[in-house]
Ligand binder design. Structure first.
Ligand code: NAD
Ligand code: DAU
Length: 362
């Protein structure tokens, strides 16, 4: 039975990828995850009896362990999701981002290179190292700038995006220098089931239902491109199958929206699905101090992956957000579980320091 090794498969996108993969493909998955605050094995509990899911609690910085897993399982590919992923956390504590996103990717590349170099020629030719990255490496756009393409210059602005950019460069160099068959994907903002409620969409749903403030950084006019997570997973499967080694592929939803539009949409949906005793969820919107260095706009030109590999998103924002809100309303127990312990310390650290700007300053 052939297998693939996935890192970070207990996080938001990784767990969606593992679930989608095992529902549609034959390969076994070796799922390597350190289980940081963002990793949650509950996401994968439906796989408890599925022998094709082998979970390994390990840190990607442990090169020897990674080498051992590659030697033991001989996967045909590595799909690398593991990362520290939250921009606000990178501002309050960049060290972990350097450790996992840069050093961890380096460690994994070293293990992959040693393993791949020793493979017979036929296995070498089909082996792939797919690195999952972000559109944030390209920096920020003005309102009329064209969307990011694969040849847009890197200009990362946060410790998170800088650490992802460094990892992208390392991956590129391992292809260029050693011939490792790498693929890199740069994707826009994902949303959907199992999204950790420190990120905008699940945070707004959770706070709205709990009667808490809905924090909008700055003026709320920052623009993001939103992609439903299963569309991202499908794009990764497509790149893994047909992408050209050494290439990068931008992935996006052709769906730019301001943060305020997103939050107002969520409020309107909740007004309909879970009406409040009085008033509207939008009454809970609260403007707070902006994120330092906040990128104003991201937009993705995803024509290359459509042209070369035939991928485009299936979900519109309307269909994807409908599924997402329904999932959160049906999985309040999952939300309750993650909204405890260390998460509460994070909320205090991130939001208590943001005094609400006085009226008229945003
Ligand atoms: P996440 O924070 O939800 O999950 C990250 C996972 O990695 C967790 O399960 C965590 O336990 C694991 N992990 C962290 N450090 C590790 C280490 N040292 N060793 C092993 N495992 C470790 O992240 P996500 O939102 O699912 O993002 C996954 C990947 O996709 C990241 O590389 C991120 O940069 C990229 N990405 C995310 C988005 C998005 O919108 N969320 C968009 C584009 C790209
Ligand atoms: O663009 C892809 C990136 O999208 C990924 O690489 C990151 O891993 C992922 O976290 C995401 O980054 P963002 O910073 O765009 O996502 P976040 O959900 O943190 O914020 C989305 C927007 O909403 C951003 O402009 C900041 C704003 N925001 C966020 C929070 C948490 C608020 O206004 N209030 C909030 O409380």
């Amino acid at each position: 039975m052939s297998s693939i090794l996935v890192t970070g498969g207990a996080g938001f996108i990784g767990s969606n990828f593992v679930l989608d993969w095992l529902a549609s493909q034959d390969d076994t998955i070796i799922n390597v995850d350190k289980l940081t605050y963002a990793g949650n094995l509950n996401n994968l509990h439906s796989l408890k009896t599925d022998a094709r899911h082998i979970f390994v609690k390990a840190d990607i910085n442990d090169t020897e362990r990674m080498a051992g897993l590659l030697a033991q399982h001989r996967p045909r590919a590595i799909v690398h999701f593991a990362a520290e992923s939250h921009v606000d956390r990178s501002i309050l504590g960049p060290g972990a981002f350097v450790t996992t996103n840069i050093n961890g990717t380096f460690s994994l590349l070293e293990a992959a290179r040693a393993h791949w170099s020793a493979l017979p020629a036929s296995e070498q030719a089909s082996f792939r190292f797919l690195h999952v990255s972000t559109d944030e490496v390209y920096g920020t756009l003005g309102p009329n700038d064209p969307p990011f393409t694969e040849s847009t210059h890197y200009a990362p602005n946060s410790p998170y995006s800088a650490s992802k950019a460094a990892a992208d460069h390392l991956v590129r160099s391992y292809h260029h220098t050693y011939g490792l068959p790498t693929l890199t994907t740069n994707c826009s903002n994902n949303y959907g089931p199992y999204h950790f409620p420190e990120k905008l969409i699940p945070l707004i749903i959770a706070n709205a239902l709990a009667g808490k403030p809905l924090p909008i950084y700055g003026d709320g006019q920052q623009v993001r491109d939103w992609l439903y997570v299963s569309d991202h997973c499908a794009a990764i499967r497509r790149v893994l199958r047909a992408g050209r080694p050494g290439e990068t592929y931008n992935i996006g939803g052709w769906n730019e929206m301001s943060n305020l539009e997103v939050v107002n949409t969520l409020c309107r949906m909740l007004d309909e699905l879970r009406p409040k005793a009085s008033g509207h969820y939008a009454d809970q919107i609260t403007y707070v101090k902006d994120r330092p260095g906040h990128d104003r706009r991201y937009a993705i030109d995803a024509r290359k992956i459509e042209r070369e590999l035939g991928w485009k998103p299936v979900e519109t924002f309307a269909s994807g957000i409908g599924k997402t809100v329904a999932w959160y309303l049906d999985h309040q127990d999952w939300v309750r579980d993650v909204l405890s312990g260390d998460y509460l310390k994070w909320v205090e650290k991130n939001y208590d320091a943001r005094e609400t700007p006085s009226e008229g300053t945003v």
